[in-house]
Design a protein around this ligand. Sequence first.
Ligand code: ADP
Ligand code: ADP
Length: 223
Amino acid sequence: MLNIRDLTHVYPNGVRALDGVSLDIPAGMFGLLGPNGAGKSSLMRCLATLQIPSQGAIGFGDIDVLAQPEALRATLGYLPQDFGVYPRVSAEDLLDHLAVLKGVAGRGERRDTVESLLRQVNLWEARKKAVAGYSGGMRQRFGIAQALIGQPRLIIVDEPTAGLDPEERNRFNNLLAEIGEQVVVILSTHIVDDVTDLCPRTAILVGGRIVESGTPSALIAQL
Ligand code: ADP
Ligand code: ADP
């Protein structure tokens, strides 16, 4: 589904954040595991077309991602590590606004989209509250709703459970597992349990290189 070939990224300050990364990511949930500073966010940003890598190639189905970034964006949902929200704007209004930006046409269609997404992430009851006042877990679930606007086929989620308590983490992971049944989900995390619980396939990134890839149980057996 998603094919990454020899991806290298060197920042202007000379940091080589990615160093010849190659990966084939099938449908379903894929876990990218690695310590802080491994290059996970750099890889996620390259995949999300927010950063142009120094070298390499990325394909998603028929899309040559580096040549046609707008084609990928049309089918991409991205949940960055930190996302900003406007203070005082309710979840419902913010999602509606984001749906306009994503090209969901017509008030009626948007209202239906917003309602079904808020119900899916279990925030319908809290729809009138400002996202800025949400708890960490609610905020991440809102992030998923936001990433799902426009029915993307690829979802990229960067360190989503960092800072969540165990109950919220479970709740979030269950939601992600449901989504992973329908689309390609790439989950970047330093939490081993998130990957073993959720992802049939995983890779470990260290120092900008893939050091292992396979099933979580096979990788953990080697640790
Ligand atoms: P991770 O997400 O695994 O923690 P990052 O991709 O954030 O890893 O970082 C990988 C390396 O690249 C780190 O050494 C980090 O300091 C460096 N880095 C990340 N972003 C930038 C940037 N915008 N400019 C320069 N160096 C960066
Ligand atoms: P992560 O938690 O993924 O490691 P970081 O804390 O490394 O994220 O990075 C947070 C932000 O700071 C990112 O936008 C990243 O690009 C930027 N950044 C990280 N390291 C550097 C650096 N050495 N020089 C410039 N920007 C950096």
